[in-house]
Ligand binder design. Structure first.
Ligand code: UD1
Ligand code: CA
Length: 466
């Protein structure tokens, strides 16, 4: 059984309760817009196309969402918003007749593709299939009305429901799969004669039954999969649910998390074997951790590749942005280190507390252990870069490179004024401001000579008259 699937994502609503300037479906969950989760889920179902219905904040929503690699994405505007049936009516002209339409909501981010696949299998390209679930408190939802033989007869909206119907706990999730040709006919029959004066998509159920077609229901128990975001509280709840899923997946693959409740992945985290992550770490963009990598507590790591056996000590901030950051095998970074875009650390490099590295390559075994800055530098093997030393890479207009060749020892509190090269094996005396290239093997000192004045009398405090 195979039929093309076209997904309609309803995203025209206002989201008043978010109390935000930003359209609701662009609020982020796990670092991605809510509606992007829905679009990406459609792509995982191999949907042929996704049509997003926009209204409130349409321009922002349209600019804020991306098409997946293999699924066409288009936008249709619904203005004004006259109900869910009216929303789907706007999409109908762009839905081909040979497919099944899967209706999703842009504010329901955590539906699993497997659940939707089961719904599509039930639809089978021939009948209407609804995703339903039982809710202890079904207030506000559309109720699934079944005949004595349990066949689905209708969805009745809460505001239109009788007392008896309000006692029904099985609700419509807002998700349905329906053969597009049938949908088109039913949409043309909708009216707004109901308690809310809206065109209800849910009225298609009555039409299916009136046409003598059976309606299938896939009744699930996992409420998170159909939970919508209407408020910051609900957004935060679903964020935790999402993060727990991510944590569980990582742990199933062998990653050891000190506490799965204290992990935030806002992008893609790929872990090798025997990776250990302590509490309160945030990963953003694409982060790769090699075998045996250990991440200490309270690290923020974005767009970085950390190779096997490296240890990132607590409170380290790594952000590769577009250039990326690479930490070589066995390197030690932190605590309190900062790696910025283009930091490329070789094997066994040590970067200690309050050291900032930007757009610099450090070869194997190089060390900068305390209070230092390396920007636009090329650092050779086994270099020891002293506490408090900096590369003065910016002359106020342009950036210049500093080259520190292999086995150089830079003392404490040095300023290396770029462009400058420190020759291999050389030593720079503490407190030097180096403005000229130095010869290999040389000791270079550039600071005032020490002066000694014997028996120096310190100034005395002047006594003021009372
Ligand atoms: C709808 C269902 C209800 C179901 C509930 C599940 C109808 C009539 N009712 O309720 O049976 O239990 O979802 O959450 O369909 N939207 C538009 N344009 C509109 C109206 C809504 O794009 O004109 C979008 C909203 O932005 C939202 C989605 O459709 O993403 C659902 O709308 P919402 O108002 O939350 O659902 P209800 O109509 O209350
Ligand atoms: Ca509504």
């Amino acid at each position: 059984m195979s039929f093309p699937v076209d997904v309609v994502v309803m995203a025209a609503g206002k989201g008043t309760r978010m109390k935000s300037q930003r359209p609701k479906v662009l609020h982020r969950l796990g670092g991605r817009a809510l509606a992007q989760h829905v679009i990406d889920c459609a792509a995982r179902l191999s949907a042929r196309s996704v049509v997003v219905i926009t209204g409130h904040g349409a321009e922002q929503v349209e600019a804020g969402l991306q098409a997946p690699a293999t699924t066409a994405l288009r936008f249709v505007r619904q203005e004004p918003q006259l109900g869910t049936g009216h929303a789907v009516q706007q999409a109908a002209p762009v839905l081909p007749d040979d497919g099944v339409t899967l209706v999703l909501s842009g504010d329901v981010p955590l539906t699993r593709p497997e659940t939707l696949q089961t719904l599509l299998d039930l639809c089978a390209g021939t009948r209407l299939a609804l995703l339903t679930l039982d809710m202890p408190d079904p207030t506000g939802y559309g109720r699934i009305v079944r005949a004595p033989d349990a066949s689905v007869q209708a969805i009745v909206e809460h505001k239109d429901a009788s007392e008896a119907q309000r006692a029904i706990t099985e609700i419509y999730s807002g998700i349905m799969a329906v053969p597009t040709q049938l949908l088109r006919g039913w949409l043309s029959r909708l009216d707004n004669r109901n308690a809310q004066g809206e065109y209800y998509l849910t009225d298609v159920v009555k039409f299916a039954v009136a046409d003598g077609l059976s309606v299938a229901a896939h009744r699930i128990v996992d409420a998170v999969q159909v939970a919508g975001v209407n408020s910051p509280v609900q957004l935060a709840e679903l964020e935790r649910a999402h993060q727990r899923r991510v944590a569980d997946t990582l742990m199933e693959q062998g990653t050891r998390l000190a506490d799965p409740a204290r992990l935030d992945v806002r992008g893609e985290l790929l872990c090798g074997q025997d990776v250990e992550i302590d509490v309160n770490c945030v990963f953003e963009g694409r982060v790769q951790l090699g075998n045996g990598v250990r991440i200490g507590a309270n690290c923020v790591i974005a767009n970085a590749v950390i190779e096997a056996g490296a240890v990132i000590h607590p409170f380290t901030h790594i952000d590769g942005e577009k250039l990326g950051v690479k930490v070589g095998p066995g390197a030690l970074v932190g605590p309190f280190a900062r790696l910025r875009p283009g930091a490329d650390l070789g094997a066994e490099v040590h970067i200690g507390n309050f050291v900032e590295v930007k757009n610099s390559t450090l070869a194997a075994g190089a060390k900068a252990n305390h209070l230092a800055y390396l920007g636009d530098a090329t650092v050779g093997e086994r270099v020891n870069y002293g506490a408090g030393s900096i590369t003065a890479n910016y002359d106020g207009a342009n950036k210049h490179r500093t080259v520190i060749e292999a086995d150089v020892h830079v003392g404490s509190n040095c300023v290396l004024v770029a462009p400058v090269t420190i020759g291999a094996g050389g030593t720079v005396g503490g407190g030097s401001t180096i403005t000229k290239d130095t010869a290999p093997g040389a000791l270079s000192v550039a600071r005032g000579k020490q002066v000694g004045i014997a028996n120096w009398q310190r100034p005395q405090k002047v006594k003021k008259a009372p």
